[in-house]
Design a protein around this ligand. Sequence first.
Ligand code: KG4
Ligand code: ZN
Length: 343
Amino acid sequence: MGDLILGIETSCDETAVAVVERATVVRSSVVSSQVELHAPFGGVVPEIAGRAHIRELVPVLADALAEAGVSGSDIEAVAATTGPGLAGSLLVGVSAAKALSLVWDVPFVAVNHLEAHLYASFLEEPDLDLPLVVLLVSGGHTMLVLMEDHGRYRLLGSTLDDAAGEAFDKVAALLGLPYPGGPSLARAAEEGDEHAVDFPRPLLGSPGLDFSYSGLKTAVAVEVERRGRLTPREVADIAASFQAAAVDVLVARARRALGDQGLLQLAVVGGVAANQRLRGALEQAGREEGFRVSFPPLALCTDNAAMIAAAGLRELSRGRRDGLDLNAFSRAPLQGGAVAGGS
Ligand code: KG4
Ligand code: ZN
């Protein structure tokens, strides 16, 4: 069931709609970013985000249908992110999905945003072997997850403080780099020497699989403070040195998780999976240690609706249907595939 599914994503600052066919063929994936609206504030303003989703959703929906070359009557199910995310933003996408499900008389299915990031991997490589270890690195989450089967997850480790993407964003702000910080820091780092400053690799020597970024972020703040006004060269060097430290920690933790589980397949997902330094370091570690590493294409690392549709199709095929009374949840852990509060 559900050969053509429409996915809707409005959990944060991207309004996205996609049409996906049979879990693997992306017919269209339209993303309208609110970056320019939030840039003056240096971060996402929930009230602005919610209002922008209301404005953008219908045009983005029209574009996604047109690009896929389909009309509403071709769509066989509608999936939307119900959490985690900003409540006011989530509600825009969830309400639209319910309305479309009612009008088109097709099933509605709720999708957990974290699980959807993970399904971005299966869009590119539907035959990925299970079980596998997932490194999910986004603006809001940093976690290592054992994916035992579709819909069966075990959390192996997560961040004790900031998420990896959040650390990139905050360090970029310290260096005076433009919002959003992750991509601009990565760009600045290309010109820098990553051995210029020996930043700490938090928790690297300690057992377990948790992450911590606040110490690294503080070390950058202290370095910036000590130097005073930074030259472009210094900005590049500090950016490169921070990026190397952040990547080292992610690579070491992912290696340890694979070793602990005796597995040789890693999937890396979420916005930070777009980072080229991280991609290169994990690929090299894979070659050295004989594990496979897969990344979604760049456009499917950051928030998009193709991953929502892909995760929704998987849920539908397992018989899941959600009622039109389903709410949105700002907190929604990845737990055995279930969305908190869902059916
Ligand atoms: O997955 P995502 O789009 O949204 C969340 O669900 O959080 O991730 C956004 C995060 C932001 O913190 C952004 O700075 C970071 O991913 N990011 C990057 C890169 N591209 C996006 N971080 C490092 N390098 C990049 N190239
Ligand atoms: Zn995300």
